[in-house]
Design a protein around this ligand. Sequence first.
Ligand code: UDP
Length: 327
Amino acid sequence: MKILVTGGAGYIGSITVERLIKSGAEVVVFDNLYQGHRDAVHPDAVFIQGDLADKTAVEAAIATHKPDGIMHFASYTLVGESVEKPFLYLRDNIVNGLNLIEAAIANGVKGFILSSTANLFDDPERMPIDEEERIVPGSPYGESKFILERYLYWMDRLYDMRYTCLRYFNACGATETRGEDHDPETHIIPLVLEVALGQREKITIFGDDYDTPDGTCVRDYIHVVDLAEAHILAMKEILNGGHSRKYNLGNGRGFSVKQVIDTAREVTGHPIPAEIGPRRAGDPDILIASSETINHELGWKPIYPELRQIIEMAWKWHVANPKGYAK
Ligand code: UDP
């Protein structure tokens, strides 16, 4: 299969490209390198430096390469930033996604995978969160993904383009050659590892008065390779005639911020000083996914469910690449 990957120079996108190529797929990466890294793009992928805001460039990429399917990772992805800059999310994420979807339809693309988010579930009634949970976007970021999910529904209904929306929980971990390198970094696992590397003095725990066993937030940390494999399975399914779907994608287990820090202390052998700070706006107490549906329907299950193993793999990458992709 031939797949066009937007955001294929980013963290989850580049690792999905690595796995796609390993599985024998042909890959075209479309990325503006705004957040991604050229060195993260697998050497066997065709690389197009382009911006989804440039409709002509998107159309040209799809018309030239004629992919069977598209995996759409490229996006602004930070919940907090989206509250500060709602238009970046409610305009750019949506318009860029629409440019891509429209070009896909115009060129007869058969399958589309959208990176969606756990931020669709701001007020869950049940834990773990399954696909029946009502959708309450928690931020302009979550809303932008929800709107793209709805556009895809209409593309399926009107143009027979099949899609799968994958609502990720907390992506983390690394492969031997690719890992997490954001600027600025905001995610808990790379931040604690930066403390262990001596690049930061300490980690601040954003609140210890949550309604959880140790008072710190509980999240579902899913290994990026497991996420990548879910994309590949989902794409094969729709290209083989399967119907459109939406799946929640997580490990099915929750770990607290304190558990993450303690595990990182064990893995790195570094004391990782931590202090308690105020809560971060918009953080719910607990977010855990139920991935039963994708497990039953596609046979997906995480290969790396253990937090220790996830942190070990991330640590290995950080030690080998202390400056990330920077030379
Ligand atoms: N967190 C923290 N200190 C930090 C960064 C994150 O305590 O410096 C907490 C955050 O409040 C949340 C969890 O770690 O409860 C995971 O946050 P992250 O930003 O990694 O992912 P998110 O849940 O926002 O997708």
